[in-house]
Design a protein around this ligand. Structure first.
Ligand code: FE
Length: 218
């Protein structure tokens, strides 16, 4: 059996949203299809380790934002590469809340649905849900999972690495707050208006005359 045959089943790529109490949570999903026309039912499959899946089991409702081919790769990285268990993903994107559920502001379309049936498999949980509301937001072509695999993935990974570097920088800045650069030779504490990092390379300790490399952050 060659399971790559399953890659030839086409999927879109969507941002799934629900709430964890009052907190909006979400993830990226590809396994969504319309299952019936009357009533209007969609099927959604989530990985069992997904925190969003756990929250849908509790809230029994979810939203979908349809991604455009022009979507910022970071949106996919933000919702796809980290867990709502740890961070508030929606705070990193432009979004709005309608009737209690979060949606991307620049999605092509949006739907909300109420779960009517749940089927649990070893790896995934399948939700069958009745559409309660849906709307078109923007013109454009939907992003597919094949687009993602073919050319979009590298950009998504790049944007995620940039985001992580930004976060690291912010974190180290915060932990350095309140600390001072101190001369390790004479204990002089730098207190000038120019940030220590921006002082010229030939700057010297005004007390004992050693260079910047003899200072440390304490
Ligand atoms: Fe000194």
């Amino acid at each position: 059996m060659d399971e790559t045959a399953l890659f030839k089943l086409t999927h879109g790529l969507y941002v799934l949203g629900t709430v964890d109490g009052d907190r909006p949570v979400g993830s990226v999903v590809d396994a969504v299809m319309q299952a019936a026309n009357k009533p209007l039912v969609i099927a959604l499959s989530c990985h069992n380790r997904s925190y969003t899946k756990e929250c849908i089991e509790r809230s029994r409702r979810f939203s979908l934002s349809v991604l455009s081919k022009d979507v910022d790769p970071f949106v996919v990285a933000n919702f796809g590469f980290q867990s709502s268990r740890d961070i508030d993903k929606w705070d990193n994107v432009d979004y709005f809340i309608d009737n209690g559920l979060p949606y991307l502001k620049n999605g092509l379309a949006r739907l909300s649905a109420i779960v009517t049936q749940v089927i649990a498999y070893e790896s995934n949980t399948l939700f069958l849900a009745q559409v309660e509301n849906c709307d078109n937001l923007e013109e454009g072509e939907p992003l597919t999972y094949n687009n993602y695999r073919d050319y979009f993935k590298d950009e998504v990974i790049k944007s995620f690495n940039e985001y992580k570097q930004r976060k690291e920088k912010e974190k180290s800045k915060m932990s350095d707050e309140g600390k001072k650069w101190v001369c390790t030779v004479c204990e002089y504490v730098y207190d000038g208006d120019v940030p220590f990092e921006e002082l010229p390379d030939d700057w010297a300790c005004p007390v004992c005359g050693v260079g910047k490399d003899m200072f440390e952050l304490r």
